[in-house]
Design a protein around this ligand. Structure first.
Ligand SMILES: CC(C)(COP(=O)(O)OP(=O)(O)OC[C@H]1O[C@@H](n2cnc3c(N)ncnc32)[C@H](O)[C@@H]1OP(=O)(O)O)[C@@H](O)C(=O)NCCC(=O)NCCS
Length: 337
């Protein structure tokens, strides 16, 4: 899909289970674009979020707020969820870019309806229409992160949906779950690590020290992929092209050494978050915004899962095995020791 398609087409595939005809695709894109603008009320509220808040915290708050502003938020059925899915998928980049600009003391930029989802996202961040290779790189990122089975945030969205709660609540749960560093925030920490290492000759000792201290190296390992993450391979190529063009080959060298130490000592390959980190950095996103870009893509997958859950719902309620004391009994507070 990265080679042949674009994000909007992939979202259509996720939501409708087939690739669109040309006419279907045009209608789909227009419907999605119409959701891009942030209402004045929502913008006022975004401006109330402290600019030192983590961008994922701001996005989670705004996602919840979208539900408070939608008078039909409480109606739960697949058709309503589809409408809400368009809304959140369309508006997430606008929220993220607006928060980015507000944090930098700049006014938010209104979406450009003539641009693709990826190009418009970059345009709202910088005010400049992106070069084709930048648009293509972000589009590839959005495609590769759009869905991935029952990962933690998607599972959280399914659990919330299973209670018959609405799509805004489910996506808010998912954003909160994505924000942790064992899941979506690994991309932020991977880039921060590369920047902190700073030079290729320091990379091996840095990673060895982390491993000696039994710390996790962000951007490596996966619960499902034990040999390789196919998305990481796609990002390796994109990162190579972008970093070479941007004159940032030292990041590639550092990343290469980190990768070989991880393979030599732990036999753990990199995951999607490792080589996608320099890609997002070259595109102009600060590391603490990386996970919001992940969310701007994954919201499409979350929505597809939410609707699928609603079409054949059953409450998700795992059993817990109790392992505490069996002979506990109630003692009045005055008698407790
Ligand atoms: C993704 C992750 C949570 C999956 O973990 P998991 O399947 O539960 O595997 P575990 O955390 O139980 O790790 C198994 C072993 O591999 C090691 N390991 C796994 N990932 C590691 C990493 N990134 N760095 C160093 N060691 C790692 C663990 O320390 C453990 O070693 P041990 O058996 O000697 O104690 C884990 O690989 C990780 O924390 N990665 C870093 C965060 C990340 O990049 N997340 C994004 C995932 S797409």
């Amino acid at each position: 899909m990265v080679e042949k398609s674009h994000f909007e087409e992939v979202v259509y595939l996720l939501w409708y289970g087939k690739l669109p005809t040309s006419i279907e695709l045009e209608t789909f894109k227009e419907t999605l674009k119409a959701q891009r603008p942030l209402s004045d009320r929502a913008m006022e509220m975004l401006k109330l979020i402290p600019t030192q808040a983590h961008p994922m915290s701001a996005l989670r708050t705004m996602c919840s707020l979208m539900g408070s502003l939608d008078p039909r938020a409480h109606i739960v059925n697949p058709e309503e969820s589809q409408r809400k899915a368009y809304h959140l998928t369309g508006v997430f980049p606008t929220i993220i870019a607006a928060f980015f600009r507000l944090r930098g003391g700049k006014e938010p930029i209104a979406p450009d309806m003539n641009l693709s989802q990826a190009a418009n996202f970059l345009y709202m961040m910088t005010g400049e229409k992106p070069a084709p290779e930048m648009e293509k790189a972000l589009d590839a990122y959005l495609i590769l992160l759009a869905d991935h089975g029952l990962n933690a945030s998607t599972f959280a969205a399914r659990v919330t949906t299973g209670t018959l709660s609405n799509l805004y609540s489910a996506v808010t749960s998912a954003v909160g779950t994505l924000a942790g560093e064992l899941h979506g925030a690994a991309n932020q920490h991977a880039m921060e690590m590369i920047l902190e290492i700073g030079a290729a000759d320091k990379a091996a000792s840095y990673v060895n020290r982390l491993l000696d201290e039994k710390k996790k190296v962000m951007g490596f390992g996966h619960r499902i992929y034990k040999t390789r993450d196919p998305r990481a391979e796609a990002f390796r190529e994109i990162a190579n092209n972008l970093c070479v063009k941007a004159g940032k080959t030292e990041w590639l060298e550092i990343a290469g050494i980190v990768e070989s130490v991880m393979m030599e000592r732990k036999k753990i390959p990199c995951n999607v978050d490792f080589f996608s980190a320099p890609v997002l950095y070259v595109l102009g996103f600060p590391p603490d915004f990386f996970t919001t870009v992940f969310a701007a893509s994954r919201v499409a997958g979350w929505s597809a899962h939410i609707i699928e859950q609603q079409l054949d719902n059953r409450l998700i309620r795992p059993l817990a095995e109790y392992v505490g004391p069996q002979d506990a009994y109630y003692v009045p507070a005055k008698d407790r020791k």
